[in-house]
Design a protein around this ligand. Structure first.
Ligand SMILES: [Fe+2]
Length: 284
């Protein structure tokens, strides 16, 4: 994986495009405040996971998965992610159609630490997009804290099957693993795989992957990143935060590509594209 220095990003246009094209991912080192924000986020996330089931489920809304907490109920390509929990939020918060949900009563610093890390990832992503010739105003994002619970059965499904993200750019933290409550290195053969290759990222590196809309609007200059998350057997837990950066829902997508014609037609709004993509991957 190509790791670039944050301070020299703007002068690295060509290597960034090359890396996105060849590997589908870049790492950025030295993003101001990232490491401290990530540590604080992990602490709050572990505090949240440490709550009782009853307490956590108070933050699961009945109406949608797209905000607050859910565990073991989402399905992807008709496979239920029994061992996966998510805590979703919209950022900036004022973009949320229905307000974000926060566990202020049980983990008072969760909201602050979550949003602080999302902001750092979102702002860094906004600096990267023009470098791949994507200039869209009023960008928004959905953030997802991911918690992969302990698995003991080797036949269990993977933590996340292979797919592409359908927005513009996805910012990701390095996956953080715990075993018996202690932070441990990524067990080999687990975690993020891109195009079949295992990605091991140091703790101080922020990762970015390409989404399908970036492929569309660049007419294929960058290619959406096929990726999966492979499970670790033996009681490991894994935490992460992904920030899916996207255009506003009213943005009209234009492209000369035809490969996404199952969902794409010229001028389709991002909102319609988002709904079609969601329907495609969540058919029941
Ligand atoms: Fe993904």
């Amino acid at each position: 994986m190509k790791i670039l220095d944050y301070t020299s990003l703007s002068s690295q246009k060509s290597p960034i495009n090359q890396a996105f094209h060849d590997q589908g991912i870049i790492g950025v080192r030295g993003v101001p405040g990232f490491e401290d924000a990530h540590k604080a986020f992990l602490q709050s996330s572990r505090d949240f996971i440490g709550l009782s089931n009853e307490k956590r489920s108070q933050y699961t809304p009945p109406d949608s998965y797209g905000r607050g907490w859910s565990y073991g109920i989402e399905s992807f390509n008709n496979i239920t992610d029994t061992f996966k929990g998510s805590y979703y939020a919209t950022y900036p918060e004022e973009d949320a159609k229905t307000p974000n949900i926060w566990p202020d009563k049980d983990v008072p610093d969760f909201k602050k630490n979550y949003l602080n890390l999302v902001k750092i990832i979102f702002e860094t992503g906004k600096e990267i997009l023009p470098l791949i010739n994507v200039s869209i105003e009023n960008l928004s994002s959905t953030a997802r804290m991911l918690y992969y619970g302990p698995i003991h059965n080797p036949k269990a499904v993977e933590w996340c099957g292979e797919h592409r993200d359908h927005g513009l750019l996805t910012g990701l933290c390095p996956g953080t693993y715990y075993l018996d409550g202690k932070k441990v290195p990524q067990p080999s053969g687990t975690g993020l795989f891109i195009r079949g290759e295992e990605i091991v990222a140091p703790d101080d590196v922020l990762l970015f992957q390409i989404g399908e809309v970036a492929e569309l609007v660049t007419n294929g200059a960058v290619t959406a990143t096929d990726h999966q998350v492979r499970k670790a057997i033996g009681g490991y837990e894994r935490y992460n935060l992904a920030v899916f950066i996207m255009p506003p829902f009213t943005y009209a997508i234009e492209s000369t590509l035809t490969k996404y014609n199952d969902r794409f037609s010229p001028g389709v709004s991002y909102g319609d594209w988002h709904q079609r993509s969601y329907d495609k991957y969540n058919q029941t």
